[in-house]
Design a binder for this molecule. Sequence first.
Ligand code: ADP
Ligand code: MG
Length: 357
Amino acid sequence: MMDFQQIFGASPETEASAPGRVNLLGEHTDYNDGFVLPTAIPQRTTVQLGLSKDGQHQFYSAEFDEQVSISGEDTAPEGFASYIFGCIRLLEESIGHSLQPVNLHVTSKVPIGSGLSSSAALEVATLKGLRSLFGLALDDVQVAQLGQQAEIQYAGLNCGIMDQMASSLAGTDSMLFLDTRTLERRVLAFPADAEILVIDSGVHHSLAAGSGYNQRRAECEEAARLLGVKALRDITDPQAVESLPEPLRKRSRHVVTEDNRVLEAVEGVSAKRFGELMNASHASQRDDYEVSVPEVDTLVAILQETPGVFGARLTGGGFGGACVALVEVGKVEEISREVLERYMRSGYAGRILVPEV
Ligand code: ADP
Ligand code: MG
């Protein structure tokens, strides 16, 4: 791997990092003003920065071994540089003046495209790095908001605020309960005697423009309009969506029941009950929201049948990616081995992402 010195011929002036996240409950609720319950994962994205001397921004990603040069006036680039460029542009707009060009070097342990939000980790690390380099007064919530706008306006994913809030504010030892409308939040302990297991299904679909993600969001907005509410978060009784035409009925049924599951989970339920809520969340994502794929359904079913697993579900935007399970403390290794073996016998290749190996 080429380090900052090798790429830019100088030492970095500052650095910042941000973690990926895994969402335990509350999927596709954030862009409906609803409730989410993520936690940070141990894997982080690190950004090192210095001032560029040649009048151009220089971005290098070690994961992609790719370097992009761009001037502040250029139009937005494609690919990984779009996230970084978007962060710089939006930061400039928010502070009201342009920034000096930077050299920026990215390394990351966050799996890319597995639903653990490597994109938010990149945005949050970039913004915290710029905050440090230029000594800007910007709090962690503002960082998350700018990161979300970068993803919407420059990467073309019409996402909610969860990923960036989790990456900017969550820890690995607790759950972050977030009301995405008010940004009110609470740090909560995991259910007693339980820990988190995340397994990659091996199927990766990009979420950006053209995927079903933006389409789901549009369906939710249409459903809210027909129901006469600002957002689906304003519906609490699942019966209320029954008058809608399909597919809006099942899409909103998922969102309304999912919000209710998060609200129950944060009342301090047992690991057993929390697991049941995760299982119900998976069924709802699969049948009503239709964001799962057969490989993920297979992996979730294997997890749910394995002793010591309280519950399991698809996590992240969907269309592939990772599954999260809540498992009995001390059993994570045994469970991982058994689940990976059975998943392999079904013809697929999985991989443990959390705990970090
Ligand atoms: P995820 O679920 O991992 O967030 P996304 O499709 O939302 O999946 O974001 C993945 C994209 O984010 C990558 O294709 C790349 O453009 C960008 N990205 C994430 N991490 C890095 C990295 N370490 N280096 C360069 N680009 C990255
Ligand atoms: Mg992402």
